[in-house]
Design a protein around this ligand. Structure first.
Ligand SMILES: C[S@@+](CC[C@H](N)C(=O)[O-])C[C@H]1O[C@@H](n2cnc3c(N)ncnc32)[C@H](O)[C@@H]1O
Length: 184
């Protein structure tokens, strides 16, 4: 067999293998008992919207419930000088996030922990950031309102809570409601 043919077979094998792995993980996610929101970082378009429209107070504390690799927290730390704490259960996202924090020089202002966010004491945070699927927001809505600080502000990316009314909605250029702000 010639070298180019071996190389081609190798590449095809790797691509097929990766696709199978992705399908496997998708099936695993679909059929597991607790369907937590998948690890998808906040998109730049929503980050830009927040940059343009939010007015947050420097040095306050923000928590990201399901922080993934901490992308949103790095944004809040860099843009608004907030102190960020993020909690996630996905070890890959956490390890990657810690590397990125080091790379972007925010190790002192952004902490990422491997922990179920339901075990976090929300009462110490001034801002609560969530980018979670609607059904998961519905599951944690009551808990957040019950345990959050009296004057804390909740920032919900893309998906909104079902029972509480936001006091402000930030729309994107096309008029789509994108960021929802809530108070107690
Ligand atoms: C859509 S991602 C959001 C990532 C990040 N907040 C951002 O905006 O870049 C949702 C994350 O929530 C995490 N997650 C879901 N349920 C969780 C739980 N009970 N405790 C901790 N993390 C959770 C998932 O592992 C996933 O990484």
């Amino acid at each position: 067999m010639s070298f180019p043919l071996i190389l081609l077979l190798l590449v095809v094998g790797i691509v097929l293998g990766l696709n199978l792995l992705m399908v496997f993980y998708l099936l695993l996610w679909l059929f597991r008992k607790t369907k937590a929101a998948p690890y998808v970082s906040s998109f730049n378009k929503e980050i830009d919207l927040m940059k343009q429209n939010l007015h947050l107070h420097k040095s306050k504390k923000i928590v990201d419930l399901g922080c993934g690799d901490g992308k949103a927290l790095r944004f809040f730390a860099k843009e608004f000088w907030l102190k960020g704490s993020g909690y996630d259960i996905n070890i890959y996202a956490i390890v990657f996030g810690k590397i990125l924090n080091r790379w972007f020089g925010v190790r002192d202002s952004v902490q990422i922990y491997k922990k179920n966010f339901l075990k976090v004491d929300l009462s110490t945070f001034d801002y609560i950031y969530v980018y979670l699927l609607p059904w998961q927001l519905a599951e944690i809505e009551e808990w957040i309102w019950k345990t959050m600080k009296k004057d804390a502000i909740i920032i919900a990316n893309t998906f909104k809570f079902s029972k509480h009314q936001s006091y402000e909605i930030i729309k994107n250029k096309k008029g789509k409601e994108s960021i929802f702000l809530y108070k107690k």
